[in-house]
Design a protein around this ligand. Structure first.
Ligand code: NDP
Length: 493
């Protein structure tokens, strides 16, 4: 099997540990490549390279903001040229549909173009200060070395949301991808050199959370942690970062509500709810894993939903006709089946699926049948905890206020969907829902231009949009005396 290498200081190198681990193809359930199992010494090397690249006077720091932006745009072009190849690696490594990964890869360049364009629009302010004879202005400066730590479900897209604004702002980066999806990260790493980034600006260290992630988070030369993953890991990273008074952006999990009112276009809403939970086999942070259906239309809605969901084509994620691929990792597969068991024990009615998929087209892969529970009580674990799989909980409601109360009743606040033809509801519901993103009559829409992030336990900070670049900047206030006034040294000016 091909032995991959780490990217440190512009070169691909073996890990100091001299250890590798097998990465598995979820469709075959078999290992297909060997990923470096890096350790603390590799983290130290990578952070040292990133720190050196950030040092005042380095090739990176000498670049004008316009030149920095041009490098990012060049990288975007290279990603476009390599989109299909990178998407195939992602699908082989994490089992998500090739159609979805290729769609992401052809869209990812937009982030590098957009943030490349923003690089030379980072401006300070001249403040008409209330002190005579003084010029006061601000500078927006990069933070230093940023640690990017990402999840396995959309490996390059999640990294892009961090790398594009971090680099546009002038920072350097050490990136630790998920242990389950590192192959595409290392292939992506080759493009930085081709684009002409100076060595050390982007470093990639692969391995396990406790062996690589933790030394990275706690490294004294890391200024900020940009993290995507589960809320428990996020909480732990937040605690570690607090000890070092480090900045964080946390993009965590969700239990998003997709709310369907009786005035909705039923067919569109059915498609929206199906896309919210079964696209990507439910392995998205924004999965609409709770469908809140107004009681008057509940039975008709469920009937239509089941008709669409039960015909979803499962199979090889590389095939363009496949609609539901395998689950990305064996632990995740076990976790989903556990939650299905728990839901049944809690008394929810399983009206579709509810088991591992053993259809011939699923081969030896880690497949779970698209699963729907009705009669779900909002307090059940299946309705409050993130499953991260193709499992939908349907909860009936009567009045608007009930829908709002149930939707807001979990600890999460990542996203929500609203299906209605009422203009009043279309405006009122986004105001009342505790979620960082609200979609009305659509679901799973994303753009490099629009900020994304969580309320409550779904996270801190925003990715994408102008808001994202602020997460990688700090403000310096500069005071210059221009009057030459003698100052009384014993009083504040
Ligand atoms: P995890 O929290 O398990 O892991 C995320 C990353 O953190 C991985 O790279 C992991 O390493 C690393 N990690 C684990 N432990 C530590 C540690 N002690 N110190 C530092 N790093 C550590 O999440 P998953 O990978 O399972 O991803 C699924 C989760 O991600 C879901 O909850 C999902 O909702 C969330 N997510 C959120 C998104 C958002 O934008 N809000 C988008 C996509 C996913 P390793 O796995 O290699 O051990």
């Amino acid at each position: 099997m091909n032995k991959q290498q780490l990217l440190i200081n512009g070169a691909f190198v073996d890990p100091c540990t001299n250890a590798w681990y097998e990465s598995f193809n979820p469709f075959t359930g078999k290992p297909w490549t060997l990923i470096p199992r890096a350790g603390k010494d590799d983290v130290d090397r990578a952070v040292a390279a990133a720190k050196s690249a950030f040092t005042y006077g380095s090739d990176w720091r000498k670049l004008t903001a316009t030149a920095r932006g041009a490098l990012l745009r060049k990288l975007g072009d290279l990603i476009s040229q390599n989109a299909a190849r990178l998407a195939e690696i992602e699908t082989t490594d994490n089992g998500k549909l090739f159609a979805e990964m290729r769609g992401q890869l052809t869209y990812i360049p937009q982030w590098f173009h957009y943030f490349g364009g923003l690089a030379d629009k980072i401006e300070g302010r001249a403040i008409p200060i209330d002190k005579p004879g003084v010029l006061n202005y601000t500078r927006e400066e990069p933070l230093g070395v940023v640690a990017a730590i990402t999840a396995w479900n959309s490996p390059l897209m999640l990294a892009t949301w961090k790398l594009a604004p971090a680099l546009a702002a002038g920072n350097t980066v050490v990136w630790k991808p998920s242990e389950y999806s590192s192959a595409s990260a290392l292939a992506f790493g080759e493009l930085f050199e081709q684009a002409g980034f100076p060595p050390g600006v982007v470093n990639i260290v692969t391995g396990f959370g406790n062996e690589v992630g933790e030394p990275l988070v706690t490294h004294p030369d890391v200024a900020k942690i940009a993290f995507t993953g589960g809320d428990k890991t996020g909480e732990h990273i937040y605690e570690l970062a607090a000890k070092g008074i480090k900045r964080v952006t946390l993009e965590l999990g969700g239990k998003s509500a997709n709310i369907v009112f009786d005035d909705a276009d039923m067919d569109e809403a059915v498609k929206g709810v199906v896309s919210g939970i079964f696209a990507a086999t439910g392995q998205t942070c924004i999965a609409g894993s709770r469908a809140l259906i107004q009681r008057k239309i509940h039975d008709e809605f469920v009937e239509k939903l089941l008709a669409l969901a039960k015909n979803a084509r499962m199979g090889d994620p590389l095939e363009l006709t496949t609609q539901l691929g395998p689950v990305a990792t064996r632990p995740q597969y076990d976790k989903i089946l556990d939650y299905i068991r728990i839901a049944k024990q809690e008394g929810a009615a399983c009206v579709l699926g509810g088991a591992a998929a053993t259809r011939p087209e699923c081969g030896s892969g880690w497949f779970v049948e698209p699963t729907v529970f009705t009669g779900v009580d909002p307090k059940m674990r299946i309705a409050t905890e993130e499953v991260f799989g193709p499992v939908l909980s349907i909860i009936p409601f009567d009045e608007e206020e009930d829908a709002i109360r149930i939707a807001n009743s979990t600890v999460f606040g990542l996203a929500a969907g609203v299906w209605t033809t009422s203009i009043r509801r279309a405006i009122m519901m986004p105001e009342r829902l505790e979620a960082g993103t609200v979609w009305v009559n659509t679901y799973r829409a994303h753009s490099y231009m629009s900020p994304f992030g969580g309320y409550k336990r779904s996270g801190i900070g925003r990715e994408s949009g102008i808001e994202a670049i602020r997460e990688y900047l700090q403000t310096k206030s500069v005071w210059i005396d221009i009057a030459g006034n003698a100052q009384n040294p014993f009083v504040m000016r």
